[in-house]
Design a protein around this ligand. Structure first.
Ligand code: CP
Ligand code: NVA
Length: 305
């Protein structure tokens, strides 16, 4: 694994190894602390958008593994404005051992990777969010004991988080259904790509009716209706997405032991109610905390000697 750009790029072995490493590094950390396997290694965290989880989980992940990480805010680099993305990649390649970048267009991630001599980690683009996707399947595996054979229902916008979850689910043999208002599904290309690497006959489909989508689901997942960069569409989206809110009535159609997930930040009262977010099915905070363990697995895989 040279970079970490999309779950779709990972071989089945690479994905299995990342999940096992996340489990091992979490257990090691819980038992008293990680070994300094990244001593002397450095990571630049380049953000073109806000973040809580991605910034802190990568930064603390590096610290726990003995490495060093530093944050660069959107105004510092102005990637693609003050300086070309390719030149940013070339310059950082001479200073640090890896770059984690959160960008607007996915092309910026691809351009960083194409022009760097060091690993690039995708910390979210408009297209996908693979560090989140890895955490999500890790959390499902940890909570349910398996991923294969489960039914995962994504309720809401067919966005970057949904796309990475689709890829992770299909690679691990879980059925995936996305329910959204007409026009907010993932693309046909996403479903075609996911089908190419689906394991054990796992399926991925769109279902307009949220009740049918969550019927007998093991996992119900949601994310904000308006992602970063789509702010001008907020009013329009707020008007059409309410039937796709995760509330107790919707959860009652899933399996009695279903888990409810959200990448966070949540807009409580919009895509998820307080009752569900803080209720017995919710794994929202263990999921957020797992970001750090999954991110450590990516860092160790790319950087450890
Ligand atoms: N889930 C996630 O990526 O959160 P942040 O935007 O806070 O990093
Ligand atoms: N879909 C959201 C995820 C935030 C972690 C966004 O891109 O804003």
């Amino acid at each position: 694994m040279k970079h970490f750009l999309s779950i779709a790029d990972l071989t089945p072995t690479e994905l299995e190894n990342l999940l096992q490493l996340a489990l091992d590094l979490k257990a090691e950390w819980q038992a008293g602390g990680n070994k300094p396997i990244l001593k002397g290694k450095s990571l630049a965290l380049v953000f073109q958008k806000p973040s809580l989880r991605t910034r802190v989980s990568f930064e603390m992940g590096m610290v726990h593994l003995g490495g060093y990480a530093f944050y660069m805010s959107p105004d510092e680099i102005k990637m693609g404005g003050r300086e070309s993305v390719a030149d940013v990649a070339r310059v950082l390649s001479g200073y640090v051992d890896a770059v984690m970048a959160r960008v607007f267009p996915h092309e910026h991630i691809l351009e960083l990777a194409a022009n760097s001599t060091i690993p690039i980690i995708n910390g979210l683009s408009a297209y996908n969010h693979p560090a989140q996707g890895l955490t999500d399947v890790f959390t499902i595996l940890e909570t349910k004991g398996k991923v294969a054979g489960l039914k995962i229902a994504f309720v809401g916008d067919g966005n970057n988080v949904a796309r990475s979850l689709l890829f992770g689910a299909m690679k691990l043999g879980a059925d995936f259904v996305l329910t959204a208002p007409t026009g907010y599904d993932l693309t046909a290309e996403d479903y075609i790509l996911a089908k190419e690497f689906s394991v054990g006959g796992a399926t991925a489909v769109y279902e307009h009716d949220p009740i049918k989508a969550v019927a007998d689901a093991d996992v119900i997942y949601t994310d904000v209706w308006t992602s970063m960069g789509q702010e001008e569409e907020k009013a329009k989206r707020l008007a059409i997405f309410p039937p796709y809110q995760i509330n107790s009535a919707l959860v009652s159609h899933a399996k009695p032991d279903c888990i409810v997930m959200h990448c966070l930040p949540a807009h409580r009262g919009e895509e998820i109610t307080d009752e569900v977010a803080d209720g017995p099915h919710s794994v929202l905070f263990p999921q957020a905390w797992n970001r750090m363990h999954a991110q450590k697995a990516i860092l160790a895989t790319l950087l450890a000697d």
